[in-house]
Design a binder for this molecule. Structure first.
Ligand code: NAG
Ligand code: NAG
Ligand code: NAG
Length: 359
């Protein structure tokens, strides 16, 4: 029991303090209290073509045919959300027809070497058959670009890693699905990857055109024509950056990492938005993205732990459940105050129970 106690305290404050960033760089991180079970091995169904994958360094040494077979998934990894990330991985493997063809690209902060070693070890222990690579992310240049937002948890540099995937991942990776760590899939990810990006879209995501787009930017932004004109000739709609299919070739060709960074630099000088990493994506892409069915991002399920608010599913079919917002299912489950939908996350939790730790 004792060994579990610090974990609960640790997890509990994450959404509200900057611990999220501190913990990621803390070399004395609670390695001993993060005990995860080993996931079962998942096998390709007979209809899958076999990916020729030999080692984690072999991502690019495969032939073109191989590249078409592989499903590339990118996520961030840090100690604070590791339990969530493990659940994402398990949910993907469990629901896809060809689990052996999935290659995971994890981005982790490089400011502490032990951190990456520990994450590498933890993932490899729970998923001994997983094809994955960890990319060290130097977060100090990004940290300098971040202006404080109204939600401290959003200011973590690793939150901005999704903007650098085209730079971090090798050029042979042409398409990637980026996923947040507070979600689970209940459908085959290869269907999401197959989303057509059309003539020129760089990314695909579910769009929400009923959301009040104006509210994502400040009056300073809207009252300055040289800024607000960026949306002229576009029909911008809100989209959530927690689930995106990204064409990395088009991203690289259009130098979008720089374009997003430029808006962040402007934000440092004049406040044009309030939330963290989302608005620069909206500025660059809103109105020009390929649509994805809403079933692939049932977002907002996090609700609010402080106010005890639970969220319901949106109407329609569900392929992906996303606990975005302040509340996280593992926090509520540990506190014995789960929301009804948290029961759908629990089966993917690989954290060992205190009972198993003691045995
Ligand atoms: C798999 O790839 C390696 C090099 O990455 C190559 O030597 C080998 O012949 C390939 N095997 C098959 C069955 O294509
Ligand atoms: C992860 O561990 C494997 C061995 O299990 C090693 O080959 C690889 O270099 C490690 N990666 C990192 C980023 O530490
Ligand atoms: C949208 O948000 C803006 C600013 O937050 C507000 O002024 C406006 O009334 C809202 N529009 C609608 C239709 O709710």
């Amino acid at each position: 029991m004792m060994s579990r106690f610090p974990m609960i305290i640790f997890i509990h404050f994450i959404p509200f303090l900057l611990i999220i960033c501190i913990s990621a760089t803390d070399t004395t991180a609670p390695a001993s209290i993060n005990k995860f079970r080993e996931a079962p091995k998942f096998y390709n169904s007979p209809t899958c073509s076999k990916l020729n994958y030999t080692s984690t360094t072999a991502i690019c040494s495969n032939n073109n045919n191989n590249n078409a077979l592989a499903v590339h998934v990118a996520m961030t990894l840090d100690l604070a959300y590791l339990r969530g990330s493990m659940a994402v991985i398990l949910s993907i493997l469990q629901h896809t027809c060809c689990p052996e063809n999935i290659i995971f690209h994890f981005v982790a902060t490089s400011s502490a070497d032990n951190n990456i070693k520990h994450l590498n070890h933890t993932i490899a222990n729970s998923f001994p058959y997983l094809h994955f690579k960890i990319y060290p992310f130097d977060d100090s240049p990004v940290a300098g670009l971040i202006s404080t937002s109204i939600r401290a948890a959003l200011d973590c540099p690793l939150n901005y890693a999704r903007n650098y995937l085209a730079v971090l991942l090798p050029n042979c990776v042409k398409k990637v699905v980026y996923l947040d760590s507070d979600l689970v899939l209940v459908d085959d990810i290869s269907k999401l990857v197959a989303t057509p990006l059309g003539e020129g879209a760089v990314l695909a995501a579910p769009e929400y055109c009923n959301a009040n787009f104006t509210s994502y930017f400040t009056p300073t932004f809207w009252s300055n024509p040289s800024l607000s004109l960026t949306f002229a000739n576009r029909k911008p709609c809100y989209f959530n950056t927690g689930v995106m299919v990204i064409d990395l070739e088009r991203w690289r060709a259009g130098d979008y990492t720089r374009k997003i960074t430029e808006w962040m630099e402007l934000q440092k000088r004049m406040r044009i938005y309030e939330l963290g990493s989302l608005p620069p994506f909206l500025l660059v892409f809103a109105g020009n993205i390929a649509p994805v069915d809403h079933r692939w991002n049932q977002h907002g399920l996090g609700g609010d732990n402080f106010r005890g608010l639970c969220r319901d599913l949106h109407p329609g079919p569900v392929s992906l459940l996303h606990w975005s917002g302040k509340g996280k299912p593992w926090v509520r489950l540990d506190a014995n105050r789960p929301c009804p939908l948290d029961a759908l996350w629990a089966p993917y939790d690989l954290l060992q129970t205190p009972f198993l730790l003691d045995s």
